[in-house]
Each structure stands twice: as structure tokens, then as C-alpha cells.
Design a protein around this ligand. Structure first.
Ligand SMILES: [Zn+2]
Length: 257
């Protein structure tokens, strides 16, 4: 990585540049699994919004709508696909930078990899990706050269000023708790807007209670701070905190499905 810097003085967000060939393997995975699926005429409605759905694509990806908003979240759904995203994470060498931003024990853990796909955005959907002291971050970078018409990232700094971050090929933005943001609305484009997104952060399960409020239900395949796949270990049982029983219920339902 190059030129890691805070986006502005008042925001929990940073940008850096990386080599374009780091994206090759993820582009290949997109072309193999997602592009053919989305190109089918019968699947055109998936990008139109207005209804919620979730389904697996050849098992390798799990696709969910962002509520009824026209945005598809395609998450890694097997270890094989998770590792493709993890290799990108390793290639851009974020570990040391993230260690200076979160409370961790031994290492930074990548929780999940996604492609976020859309072709228009009808309105604002302001949100944060993490609640205070989650000790987690999100990375976003365009998978291909952005179309000038594609919506960029609007965010509010701590003075509540709305600012714009322009997505650029070979540049990533990472942001953590308190970073209030939305896609800037844009009208239909022929070229899909495909963003690569990763979640990662602390290896301490004691932070799971805050982390799970946002990342706990974003995908079916996720690595927990302990390093195990969500729903396959008993590490969470060692922590007694409010909401613990809920986590166990979800873990069970995933194992059954
Ligand atoms: Zn575990």
C-alpha cells in the first residue's frame, strides 16, 4: 500500500493506493459466478429494489438485498471464496495500519468479503457500519474503473458537514465507527457499479457484543474475532454478556441450514 492517510481531520476514515493486479483474482471470481447470474434476463429484477430476498449463487456467494433498497450484497459463502478476499486483504498489507486503530490481542482478523452491486440509487440511505468501540473497519474500493455517473460516497464529518469521497480505481477507503455515510443517489447506468468491500478488525471476542450489532447478520459465512467460522465454535459461550443467548440461537440455525 501507498500513501495511507486520514480522509480529513474529523473523520474515522482513511485512504490508500494499491496495485491494480491485486484485484485480478476477485475480478475473475466475479466473472465466473456473479456476472453470468446477473446477466440472465430473469434476474434483472434483483437490481430494481422494492423487495427483500436472499439466495445462494452456486454456493460460493450468498446474495442479499439491502432491505428493499436496490443494492445487492454478494458475500463469500465458502472458505474457498473467503480466501480469495483474504488474499487481497493480505496483498494490500493493511495489518499494521489497522493495529494502530483498534484494540486487539495478537492479530487483525478479516471477517467477510463482499461485492456490493447496483445500477442506480434512488435516495439517501445514511447509516454507520459500526457502533462506538466496535474495533472493526470496512474497506471499499471499486472493482473496475468507475463510471462517472456512478454515485460516490457522501459522509458527515464530526462537525456534521456533508462531504464527498470520490471512488477511484486502485484506491481504497477504510472507515470505522462513527462514520456516517450513504451512496450519493444516481440514476440508472448501463455499467454496473461494483464495489469490493471487506470487514475486518479486532481478534478480541470481548468486542463481539458491539460488532455483532451491525456485522452479525450481513452474511452466512463470516469469521469471528476468534478466527472460527460463525456458528461452528463455542468460543462465544466463554463470554457472558447480554444478548449471548441470541447469538447461540442464530449459530444453531446456521448449522441446521
Ligand atoms: Zn471461535
Amino acid at each position: 500500500m501507498n500513501n495511507f492517510k486520514r480522509i480529513d481531520q474529523n473523520s474515522n476514515a482513511f485512504t490508500f493506493q494499491f496495485k491494480e493486479n491485486s484485484l485480478n483474482e476477485i475480478r475473475e471470481s466475479y466473472r465466473k459466478y456473479l456476472k453470468p447470474f446477473l446477466s440472465k434476463i430473469d434476474n434483472g429484477y434483483l437490481l430494481e429494489g422494492g423487495r427483500s430476498f436472499s439466495q445462494a449463487i452456486e454456493n460460493e456467494y450468498f446474495l442479499t438485498s439491502f432491505g428493499t433498497y436496490p443494492l445487492l450484497w454478494c458475500s463469500n459463502n465458502t472458505d474457498q471464496t473467503y480466501q480469495i478476499y483474504k488474499r487481497f486483504f493480505k496483498q494490500v498489507s493493511l495489518d499494521e495500519k489497522v493495529k494502530s486503530l483498534v484494540d486487539y490481542d495478537k492479530k487483525i482478523v478479516m471477517y467477510c468479503g463482499f461485492l456490493v452491486i447496483g445500477n442506480h440509487a434512488p435516495g439517501y440511505a445514511w447509516h454507520v457500519d459500526y457502533f462506538p468501540n466496535a474495533n472493526g473497519y470496512t474497506l471499499i474500493t471499486p472493482l473496475f474503473e468507475p463510471d462517472p455517473v456512478h454515485g460516490n460516497l457522501l459522509y458527515k464529518d464530526t462537525d456534521n458537514q456533508v462531504k464527498t469521497y470520490h471512488y477511484k480505481l486502485n484506491e481504497a477507503i477504510i472507515f470505522g465507527d462513527g462514520f456516517f455515510h450513504t451512496t450519493k443517489p444516481y440514476s440508472h447506468t448501463k455499467n454496473l457499479r461494483i464495489l469490493l468491500s471487506l470487514t475486518f478488525g479486532t481478534d478480541k471476542l470481548s468486542h463481539w457484543n458491539v460488532l455483532k450489532r451491525t456485522i452479525g447478520s450481513q452474511s452466512n459465512y463470516m469469521i469471528l474475532p476468534c478466527g472460527h467460522r460463525f456458528g461452528t465454535c463455542y468460543c462465544l459461550s466463554d463470554f457472558s454478556y447480554p444478548g449471548h443467548s441470541k447469538v447461540q440461537q442464530r449459530s444453531n440455525s446456521i448449522e441446521r441450514s
